[in-house]
Design a protein around this ligand. Structure first.
Ligand code: AMP
Ligand code: MG
Length: 409
């Protein structure tokens, strides 16, 4: 009998050739929709006894416990396979029964085949007998009807984040319609004349739209659904036309934009949404200072708008700080990132009047090293980090060894 670790090694070895499998090419510019976490919106009651009938926990013999005496023989009855209908056990007999088969009427215990003599099944024909070494308790190795859950009881409560076992138990109970919290539908807009789709070639002075991809992934992880992701030029007329087209055809709960919110000359998000009722401000945070939020009145419909700055790190940090906790909460998911405290590996400076959020990495000894500088274009450094390190307002210089709080991302 192999040990657990030996068996783990065996399975690892069995599957190791899969490590060299060909990559799958994802050809959609949007990241794959990960199986978004889904949460029950209402209690679900159980319509079915689980299990639905008394059944055998073992391959063995179904018996009447009172008829089993050490060394005495019982006549072998016909076999009972899993999925066979309900049989009846004649007095003075023992029925070979397979795991999951219905315990026959009259039987009240199962004796495992290993504890029987002979200890393997005989051909399914009349004339055989079987002996058992010891007595058996009524109920032995019988999985009672409703021993997992009785019909009419609560199957799953509202707020359950559905994992594999939940989907499985719903299927067991035959529940094929479940009320889920509806995912918040987001129209995601990247703005900038310089932006090209990730699959498009770059002309001089253009870059690929990173925020459409990063925020799509971030929104989906937070439980939301990106119903449209668009790139808009720095042109208020074009932006309004796109909004009109999308909103006429697609139900949207939230508009999230990036770029076009600061003090430049072509701030399309400001131009379009400020007059529609969205407030723009500067938050004492770095990165992610310029921000906009509010309800916009668009073609007569009122829609919440959140406007993040365009730098890719600013956009993602803004998402972590402002939107992710709220969206996760709305979707019934744990909202807080785990907080990790640890000593800084090296000294750091931070603008004293701003809450600076830096990218970092947790070292095996529990210390925290910063990854990359504070620049808000350093998305690759972000991708190489597993922490967001907080340097709150009031912090100007911290020496190596100073304790900081970080969010595990
Ligand atoms: P903005 O907030 O529009 O002033 O943009 C600030 C910086 O972020 C500029 O360098 C933009 O080119 C860049 N940027 C804006 N949007 C995106 C985006 N979707 N993907 C990558 N970079 C962007
Ligand atoms: Mg811009």
């Amino acid at each position: 009998m192999p040990s657990v670790s030996e068996y783990q090694s065996a399975i690892r070895a069995l599957l190791s050739p899969l490590a060299a499998r060909e990559p799958e090419w994802w050809t959609d510019p949007r990241p794959p929709a990960a199986p978004a976490p889904r949460v029950l919106a209402a209690d679900v009651s159980n319509p079915l006894d689980l299990p639905p009938f008394d059944n055998s926990q073992m391959d063995g013999y179904a018996v009447r416990a009172a008829e089993v005496h050490p060394g005495s023989a019982l006549a072998v009855a016909p076999h009972i396979a899993a999925g066979a209908g309900l049989a009846r056990l004649k007095p003075g007999t023992a029925a070979p029964i397979m795991t999951g088969a219905a315990v026959p009427l009259g039987a009240d215990a199962i004796i495992p085949i290993e504890a029987s003599d002979p200890n393997s099944f005989l051909p399914d024909e009349p004339g055989h007998s079987v002996r058992f070494a010891g007595p058996v308790e009524p109920g032995a190795f019988v999985r009672r009807r409703s021993s997992d859950l009785a019909a009419g009881q609560m199957l799953l409560i509202a707020g359950t984040v559905l994992g594999p076992a939940h989907w499985g138990v719903l299927a067991s109970a035959g529940v094929t319609r479940v009320p889920l919290l509806r995912r918040v539908r987001v129209l995601l807009i990247s703005t900038g004349d310089e932006l090209r789709a990730p699959e498009a070639p770059l002309d001089p002075a253009t870059i690929h739209d990173a925020n459409g991809a990063s925020l799509t992934a971030a929104l989906e992880e937070a439980g939301a659904e990106v119903v449209r992701a668009e790139v808009v030029r720095d042109d208020a007329v074009a932006a309004r036309a796109l909004l009109a087209e999308v909103l006429a055809s697609t139900p949207v709960d939230l508009i999230l934009s990036t770029g076009g919110v600061s003090a430049g000359a072509y701030e399309v998000v400001r131009d379009v949404f400020e007059s529609a009722g969205v407030a723009f401000t500067s938050v004492s945070m770095q990165p992610g200072g310029p921000q906009g939020q509010g309800v916009a009145r668009l073609d007569g419909a009122d829609l919440p708008v959140v406007a993040f700055p365009g730098n890719p790190v600013s956009a993602l940090v803004s998402f972590e700080m402002f939107l992710r906790p709220v969206l996760r909460g709305l979707h019934g998911l744990p909202a807080q990132r785990p907080v990790i405290r640890g000593p800084l590996v090296a000294a750091v400076e931070s603008p004293v009047a701003k809450h600076q959020v830096r990218r970092g990495r947790l070292r095996p000894d529990g210390s925290i090293e910063l990854v990359g500088g504070p620049g808000s274009h350093l998305l690759h450094s972000y991708a190489a980090s597993d922490l967001l390190v907080h340097l709150p307002v009031g912090v100007h210089e911290l020496p190596a060894g100073a304790t900081v709080d970080a969010w595990a991302i």
